[in-house]
Design a protein around this ligand. Structure first.
Ligand code: SF4
Length: 147
């Protein structure tokens, strides 16, 4: 079973409610092998919702710092949504482990799903999302998908 960011699978889960086209290579994978989930929605956040970013974290380890309480996820208005992000990531992890997931394809530039530890993405974004940190800590391979 492969975990996929729900928005990469064409589901309406993004903060801005925009629906993404499913990458061709992803659409060609056996649908029965795909577990498409959104940690922010599972954490109780709405669609649409205010954009949020991680503040106070070490670049490349942002998600780990949020999980450890060393950094926070804030909306542009300063609302702390860290608890929702962590709860949602934990919900995804629980479902992924139950399904036997060993690999995840996650959306880039997301405070939940990003995985760009060296900062190579020319469009920026965090180096590590909250869900990414949790999955990596469990030995699940994370591949970032630019979309
Ligand atoms: S990038 Fe992750 S958190 Fe954001 S909408 Fe997609 S699945 Fe949800």
């Amino acid at each position: 079973m492969i975990l996929v960011s729900a928005c990469l699978w064409g589901l309406c889960t993004r903060y801005d409610s925009r629906v993404l086209a499913v990458p061709t290579w992803l659409a060609q994978l056996p649908h029965a092998d795909i577990l498409a989930l959104c940690p922010e929605v599972l954490g109780g956040l709405t669609v649409p919702r205010p954009a949020a970013r991680i503040v106070g974290a070490t670049p490349g380890r942002e998600g780990t710092d949020v999980l450890a309480g060393r950094a926070r996820v804030l909306t542009a208005e300063g609302l702390d949504v860290s608890a929702a992000f962590i709860a949602g990531a934990q919900a995804v992890l629980a479902r992924a482990l139950a399904a036997g997931v060993r690999r995840a394809y996650l959306k880039d530039r997301s405070p939940s799903c990003a995985h760009d530890p060296q900062g190579h993405n020319p469009r920026g974004g965090p180096g590590q999302g909250v869900l990414t940190a949790l999955l990596l800590a469990q030995g699940i391979e994370v591949m970032e998908v630019r979309a």
